[in-house]
Design a protein around this ligand. Sequence first.
Ligand SMILES: N[C@@H](CCC(=O)N[C@@H](CS)C(=O)NCC(=O)O)C(=O)O
Length: 258
Amino acid sequence: MTSMKLFYSPFQDFIHKTIVVAEEVGVWEQIEEVPVYPRKEGYSIAALNPLAKVPTLALMDGTVLFCSQTVVEYLDSISTNGVRVYPAPGQARWDALTRLGLADTFFDIVTRIIHERLLAKPGEHIVEWHWPKIIRTLDRMEQDAARLEGFDIGQIATLQALTFFERQVTLTLPPPAPETFDWREGRPALALWFELAIQRPSVANHFNKPFTGDDSPDLCQAKVAEVLRAQGRETGNPVAPPDFVAPEGAAESGALKH
Ligand SMILES: N[C@@H](CCC(=O)N[C@@H](CS)C(=O)NCC(=O)O)C(=O)O
């Protein structure tokens, strides 16, 4: 029986660390997936999370956890099978958390770049500013991949970051990003680590397997209302407009990919 609602955008062409962690620690069966598309009309989780961002996790008693790092640490803490993806305090933990921070910040940089393309007048220098960070981060991931053992939260975040980046770079970024780019080139350890990691059942069960459930706005808002009821709050009408709708002529294809 499910006991938690995971509000997230069910694009399975990138690896979601919340799903991988839930699978690894044996709690996936307890999770009800609630699709949300934060920039589409009719979907709003702002009543639960002031940032209106996915992922957001709601527990049976109405507790709402947001920001992916909080969600995954919570899931790890309720492991049912003895597996923990957060190592105990000590060198292994700080190493894993450093790689988690690196990968999640890389993810945020990619998000920042693609958000820029939704603006009528994109800032000229965003890609120029961030591209060196992307290259240096990929190079650091290559160094890390050569020495990694086991499977921890840093590696799970790296899978998410790389696959999110890969689906976005196909959308043609402005210079100094090159016209085509393959992060695997010149990074053999990272490429090999990636090929092995995506074979884990926790990843393979979802990666590139299209979501086939109900992803309607009605379902999303009904689930938001359930959480509000569990909190003892008036349900009212929780449907707020999206925080941002791309202006006419902006690269909306990018918006739909995100
Ligand atoms: N640092 C956040 C990033 C989450 C994030 O950026 N979510 C995006 C989707 S990829 C979102 O919900 N955007 C909607 C918005 O900002 O309005 C985390 O790790 O949870």
